[in-house]
Design a protein. Structure first.
Length: 159
């Protein structure tokens, strides 16, 4: 009986913590996704391009302006655990990819919001870059973090 209690505590504790990390991480990610969907629908009228030419610029409007945003997101503990398992066996770490996609989308949304706040309705020359700010965090047992940097030119389009 004592061995059974010991096994339940020894294995149950980490499983319970991983389950808690899974549900907490998913709840936070879903809330962030909903927030981004709401913000993106409010800015759906904007033109976005990754090429450097302006589409039908309004010459009488405000001069174009360089816009910049930076988003840093951490990998939650459950996704970090899955990523470490995947590194052992090899293969693509899809759990990290979801966080990268979320950070990229957030950076682009911030560019759009900044352009909108300056009165622009179009964005050209959008550039998105990935930066690993955690270094060798997996070796030091620290949280993995990624930074997405985005820059673009906001301008007023005559549409």
């Amino acid at each position: 009986m004592a061995d059974l209690i010991f096994l339940a505590i020894y294995f149950g504790g980490p499983v319970l913590l991983l389950g808690l990390a899974f549900f907490a991480g998913n709840a936070i990610a879903k809330r962030h996704e909903k927030n981004m969907n709401d913000r993106q629908s409010a800015l759906s009228h904007m033109q976005i391009s990754d090429i450097s030419t302006y589409f039908n610029p309004d010459p009488t409007g405000t001069p174009p302006l360089l816009l910049h945003s930076e988003v840093t997101l951490g990998i939650d503990h459950f996704r970090g655990f899955l990523g470490n398992l995947k590194n052992i066996f090899g293969g693509e770490v899809r759990s990290y990819q979801a966080t990268l996609d979320r950070a990229r989308r957030e950076a682009i949304l911030r560019i759009m919001e900044e352009a909108h706040s300056h009165g622009f309705n179009a964005i050209a020359n959008l550039r998105v870059a990935f930066v690993d700010v955690s270094g060798n965090a997996t070796l030091k047992k620290k949280a993995s973090m990624v930074t997405i940097q985005a820059s673009a030119t906001g301008y007023l389009s005559g549409q």
